[in-house]
Unconditional design. Structure first.
Lengths: 606, 152
C-alpha cells in the first residue's frame, strides 16, 4: 500500500516537473536557492558556495538547483533514512511547499543535537578587533543558539564558521592558503562559556550580542539548516568567502527576504556584516554588551576613589591584601578587581603557574572573609561598533607642494586610520588596506599615482602601571619619490617594520616612539634598492570630535635618497559618523632639497 | 555510602570522557583537554598542571581553548557530567564567585543543579575553604565536594 502511494506521488511530482509547473518554479525560488547556498553567476546560471560533494544529492547539484530539487524530492521518496537525516531543513521546506507528503524518519543523532542545544533563540555575535593576530584584525562574527536550559546563556552554544588550518597558523603558507582558498571552512559548535573564555578572557576582546527576532518556526528551521551545513565544507577565502560571509548565507536560508549575502559581493568585513544585520528590518530584538576582562578591570579601576586605588596597587604590586581603612564593600571591589588582574597576568604569560595560583588564592581567601559585596554596578554599556564609521573611505583634497598646486583623490577599501574617528573601534589601532592615491599637479598638468599602500598596520597602545603592551607597525606600499640628487621622480616600493612603546600623558594625549627597519626597492634608485634604519615618534591627540597626529621621522639609509628627516602633522575633524575634514602638513629634509606640502581634504566613509 | 557511590560513578564518567578525547583532532573540541593532560604542547606551566598518568582533570587555572567537553563540542549528559565539564572550563571564575557568594557561574551552576541560585551562592560561600582547600584544587575534586555540600 505504501509503495503504491509513493509511486503515485512520484508520478505526480514527475508530471509536475514535466509540465514545468510548480516545482520548476520552486527550484529557482529564493527559498530553494538560499537553502542550497546558490548564488547567481556573473554570466548567468547559479553555483552553490558549498563545495563538499556530500551536500548535493544530484551529481551536478552544485550548479543546478533544479536537478538538486528533483534529487531531494526523490530522496524523501526513497528508503535511505541515513541520508534523509542529513537534510532536515530541506525536508521542512519541501513539506511546507507541498513537494513531499512523506514523514521524516527518526534520526537519533539529530535528536541528540536538539536535546543538547535545547534551542530557544538565535544571537548574532560580534567580537572586537584583535591586534595580536593578523587574521583577527577586522573582528570576528559568530552565531549563538540560545538555550532553554535552566541557568544562564553560558550553557548556550556558539556556531563558528572557520577555516580548518590543521595547526599551521604561524607559517607564511597559512597566509597564502588563507587568501587563495587553500583551506576548507566549516561550522563547529562549542559551549558559549568556551567562546567567552576565548574572546573575553584570553584575547581580551569585547563581545556584542544581537538577539535575532526569529519566530519559533524560523528558529527550528535555523537549527535544522545548521545541521545540514554543519556536515558540509566550503573553500575558505580570507577576504571574501570568510567566517562572516557564510553566516550571511545561513541567515538568508532562514529568512530569504533578508538577502544579506548579496550585500557582500566582494569583500566581507565582519563589522560590515554586523551593520547589515542590524539594518535588516525586524531582525534584531535587542543588543547586549559583554566587556572583555581587560575592559572590566579598567572600568572598575576608573570607578575607584583614592584610598581604594592605593589599596589596589598594594594588592597587585606588593601582594598585600590588608586594607584596614576601607569598608567591606570597597574591599570587595579592590580584591575582585585584583583577582581579575592576576588572571589577566597569567594569560599574558607574566606570571608563572605557581605564583599565579598563590596570588589567586590570596585574593580568594581575602574575598571570602568579607560579608558585603562590591557596590560598583556592572559595566553594561560600551561604545557600540554600530556607531563606527563605515569601512570604505574616499578622500578628495587640494594642496600645495613646494609652491605647486595639486588636487588629490584617494580610495581605501578598508578600514581605519589613526586620525579617523575611532568611536566604536579600538583606539590606537590602524589598519589601512589597499589605499590608492592619485594626484593632478597644476604646473605641468600631469596626473600621477602618488602612492599605493598595500597594507598599513599600526598599533599604539599606552603602557601604564597595569598593562605593558608593545606598540608596533608594519607598513608596505609604493610611493612616488623624489631623488634629491638628480631631481628625478620615480616609484619606490618599501616595507617598514618597527616596534616601540606608547605612554599616555592624559586620556586624550598619547606619546609614542618606534624603532624601524626599512627595505626599499625601485627601478630608478641607485643599485635599485636601499635599506634603512630609523625611528619615528610623536604625539597622538584624540578629543572625540577632532584628532591630531604629529610625528617626526628619521632614517639612515644605505643610499642618500633614503636618508631623510620628516615632520608631519595630520589632523581630522568629525562632521558626522561618515564625514570628516582633514588637514595634512609635511616637511621633509633630504640633502638640501626640502619638500614642503600642505593639504586640505574631505573624507567620506561608505 | 551514597556519596561514595556517586563519586565512583562520576569518576567513571570522567574516564569515559577522557577516552574519546584522545581521538579528537585539533579542529574541534578537545584541544584544551589534551593540552591540559600534557599530550600537546602549550607550555611548561600547563604540563606542570597535569596529574601523572591518571585521568587528568582541570587543576586550578585558566583553560586555554576547550576542555573536558563532549567530543561533538556540546554541553551534554546528566548533572554530574555537566557540572564537571562546566567547572573544568570555569574553575577560576567559579572560585571567585564562590568566595563572594554570587555571580554568573553560580547562576549557571544553580541551573545545572536545578536549585535556587541564592542558596547555591550561600552554600558556596560558607563552604569555600572546603571546596577550595588549597591552590592545587582541581575540577573533579571541587565537583565532588560541591555535590557533597549541596546534598548535605
Amino acid at each position: 500500500m505504501r509503495t503504491i502511494v509513493k509511486v503515485i506521488f512520484f508520478l505526480v511530482i514527475v508530471l509536475g516537473f514535466a509540465s514545468g509547473a510548480k516545482a520548476n518554479e520552486f527550484a529557482f525560488s529564493d527559498k530553494w536557492l538560499a537553502i542550497g547556498h546558490y548564488q547567481p553567476k556573473f554570466f548567468g546560471g547559479y553555483e552553490s558556495t558549498i563545495d563538499s560533494p556530500n551536500f548535493f544529492l544530484s551529481a551536478d547539484g552544485k550548479k543546478n538547483p533544479q536537478a538538486e530539487l528533483e534529487a531531494t524530492v526523490n530522496l524523501f521518496l526513497s528508503d535511505d533514512d541515513t541520508k534523509k537525516c542529513l537534510f532536515p531543513a530541506r525536508y521542512k521546506l519541501l513539506k511546507k511547499n507541498g513537494l513531499t507528503i512523506q514523514s521524516f524518519p527518526k534520526c537519533e543523532e539529530l535528536e541528540k543535537f536538539y536535546e543538547d542545544l535545547r534551542p530557544n533563540g538565535v544571537t548574532f555575535l560580534f567580537t572586537d578587533a584583535y591586534m595580536n593576530n593578523p587574521s583577527s584584525l577586522f573582528g570576528h562574527t559568530l552565531l549563538r543558539i540560545d538555550t532553554a536550559r535552566k541557568g544562564t546563556q553560558l550553557l548556550a552554544h556558539g556556531a563558528n564558521y572557520g577555516a580548518f588550518t590543521e595547526g599551521k597558523e604561524n607559517s607564511a603558507l597559512f597566509a597564502i592558503l588563507g587568501l587563495t582558498g587553500g583551506y576548507f571552512g566549516g561550522f563547529t559548535v562549542k559551549p558559549y562559556y568556551d567562546i567567552i573564555n576565548t574572546y573575553n578572557n584570553i584575547e581580551n576582546r569585547d563581545i556584542w550580542e544581537f538577539n535575532l527576532d526569529f519566530a519559533p518556526e524560523e528558529l527550528d528551521f535555523f537549527v535544522a539548516h545548521l545541521w545540514e551545513v554543519g556536515h558540509a565544507q566550503s573553500r575558505y577565502y580570507f577576504f571574501t568567502r570568510n567566517c562572516s560571509y557564510m553566516l550571511m548565507e545561513t541567515l538568508d536560508a532562514v529568512r530569504p527576504s533578508l538577502k544579506l549575502a548579496k550585500k557582500f559581493p566582494v569583500q566581507t568585513i565582519p563589522l560590515d556584516t554586523m551593520k547589515a544585520v542590524h539594518q535588516s528590518k525586524g531582525l534584531i530584538k535587542n543588543v547586549r554588551y559583554r566587556p572583555s576582562r581587560q575592559r572590566k578591570i579598567l572600568y572598575r579601576v576608573s570607578e575607584m576613589g583614592k584610598p581604594e586605588l592605593v589599596a589596589y596597587y598594594k594588592a597587585i604590586e606588593d601582594k598585600d591584601y590588608d586594607m584596614p581603612d576601607l569598608s567591606d564593600a570597597k574591599k570587595a571591589n579592590v580584591i575582585e578587581t585584583a583577582y581579575q588582574f592576576v588572571q589577566y597576568q597569567y594569560v599574558a604569560h607574566n606570571l608563572e603557574l605557581a605564583d599565579y595560583r598563590k596570588q589567586s588564592f590570596q585574593a580568594l581567601m581575602a574575598r571570602n572573609k568579607l560579608k558585603e559585596s562590591s557596590q560598583i554596578p556592572e559595566l553594561k554599556d560600551g561604545k557600540s561598533p554600530l556607531e563606527s564609521h563605515d569601512a570604505m573611505r574616499a578622500t578628495v583634497g587640494f594642496g600645495v607642494k613646494n609652491g605647486e598646486a595639486f588636487q588629490e583623490i584617494s580610495y581605501r577599501p578598508a578600514y581605519h586610520s589613526l586620525t579617523d574617528d575611532n568611536y566604536g573601534l579600538l583606539k590606537g589601532a590602524e589598519i589601512n588596506f589597499l589605499n590608492t592615491t592619485l594626484r593632478h599637479y597644476d604646473n605641468d598638468d600631469k596626473y600621477v599615482l602618488e602612492r599605493f599602500d598595500l597594507l598599513g598596520i599600526r598599533s599604539v597602545s599606552p603602557i601604564d602601571r597595569m598593562f605593558t603592551p608593545i606598540s608596533f607597525q608594519i607598513l608596505s606600499g609604493v610611493k612616488r619619490t623624489l631623488n634629491p640628487q638628480t631631481l628625478e621622480e620615480g616609484y619606490v616600493a618599501d616595507l617598514v617594520v618597527g616596534g616601540g612603546a606608547t605612554y599616555a600623558l592624559s586620556d586624550n594625549v598619547w606619546m609614542f616612539f618606534m624603532a624601524n627597519t626599512k627595505a626599499a626597492y625601485g627601478g630608478f634608485l641607485p643599485r635599485n634598492q636601499y635599506e634603512a634604519l630609523g625611528g619615528n615618534g610623536g604625539i597622538f591627540m584624540d578629543f572625540e570630535k577632532w584628532r591630531v597626529l604629529a610625528e617626526i621621522e628619521k632614517y639612515y639609509a644605505s643610499s642618500k635618497i633614503g636618508s631623510y628627516q620628516e615632520y608631519k602633522v595630520e589632523a581630522s575633524y568629525t562632521l558626522n559618523r561618515n564625514n570628516a575634514l582633514a588637514f595634512n602638513y609635511k616637511y621633509q629634509k633630504n640633502y638640501g632639497k626640502d619638500i614642503e606640502e600642505t593639504m586640505f581634504s574631505w573624507r567620506k566613509f561608505f | 555510602m551514597k556519596k561514595v557511590y556517586f563519586a565512583s560513578i562520576l569518576a567513571g564518567t570522567v574516564m569515559m570522557m577522557s577516552a574519546p578525547a584522545n581521538a579528537i583532532d585539533s579542529t574541534g573540541c578537545g584541544l584544551g583537554s589534551m593540552a591540559w593532560r600534557g599530550q600537546s604542547g602549550i607550555g611548561p606551566q600547563v604540563l606542570a598542571a597535569t596529574t601523572n598518568g591518571s585521568f587528568g582533570t582541570q587543576t586550578f587555572g585558566i583553560t586555554f581553548g576547550t576542555s573536558g567537553c563532549d567530543p561533538n563540542g556540546r554541553i551534554t549528559g546528566g548533572t554530574g557530567r555537566m557540572t564537571l565539564a562546566f567547572l573544568e572550563n570555569n574553575l577560576e571564575q567559579y572560585a571567585m564567585d564562590a568566595a563572594a557568594g554570587h555571580g554568573e557561574t553560580i547562576d549557571t551552576l544553580a541551573g545545572i543543579l536545578n536549585m535556587d541560585s541564592k542558596r547555591l551562592g550561600e552554600i558556596s560561600k560558607q563552604n569555600f575553604a572546603y571546596l577550595f582547600a588549597n591552590e592545587n584544587a582541581d575540577a573533579l575534586d571541587v565537583t565532588l565536594k560541591l555535590f557533597t555540600v549541596v546534598q548535605a
